[in-house]
Design a protein around this ligand. Sequence first.
Ligand code: ATR
Length: 282
Amino acid sequence: MMVTGKALLAGVMGWPIGHSRSPLLHGYWLNQYGIDGAYVPLAVPPDRIEQALRALPALGFRGCNVTVPHKEAAFRLVDRLDDSARRIGAVNTVLVLPDGSLEGRNTDGYGFWQNLQAGASAGWDVGSGAAVVLGAGGAARAVAVALLDAGAPGIRLLNRTRARAEELTSDLADPRLQVLDWEDRAEALQGAALLVNTTTQGMQGQPPLQIDLSSLPGTALVTDIVYTPLITPLLQAATDRGNAIVDGLGMLLHQARPGFHAWFGTDPQVTDALRRHVLGPV
Ligand code: ATR
């Protein structure tokens, strides 16, 4: 990769940061497009996130991504928020504006929806039935906002801790959101057009998500935001009964596009070669 004294700079702040795939992802694009730039991992402990963000303009950074556990802190610390960040309540992308102030954006919902559109068959329609969203963490917020914006007729939200789902629903204040009991997740699938897992269940080292899919219509699309493994037990079970699936890797790839575009000036493409590159050993 070409890095001169004029290189455009960006990175990702997290703690820990060693397992982040974002440097690999942005590095691939910088290489592909021949951009004089660098995207580096920034290991920032929680008690130094404010200092680190405030240092971006002084260091000449164009901005950065923010990942676990800093997304909510960044939301509080930046000078202005875009609409998505405000609604999701978290920031994953920071831009240094010309006056040195910081703008916080959230592209997770965008990434989720772009990935779904890229992976779904042409006949699938978000408007054809309710979406069932499992989980109520930060990822579920981004997914819910994206689905509301995309025109989902209803969203059934189920979380092990019901109070968190209720808080999400009251924050987003949209009558299409409905909270159901975690114990009722099998029945909640009736008539659904989409099932989304945003919980950590099914991730490497975690037990599989326990859910009986027999009520899910054969036309429903199933997606998981977990991408390690790429085919989670949920996606395998969905495939086995004939449902179409979209894996979670594309959400990571697509959420990165707006940041890359803003910092480096090119809207990058998500390709199979990129998927293979990012899936490779880290
Ligand atoms: P993120 O912000 O990345 O979405 P999170 O806030 O840690 O991550 O949320 C993880 C989600 O997985 C939550 O919805 C969590 O449910 P709780 O709110 O009840 O904690 C869910 N989750 C974690 N372990 C779970 C389990 N064993 N069964 C069901 N849901 C689980």
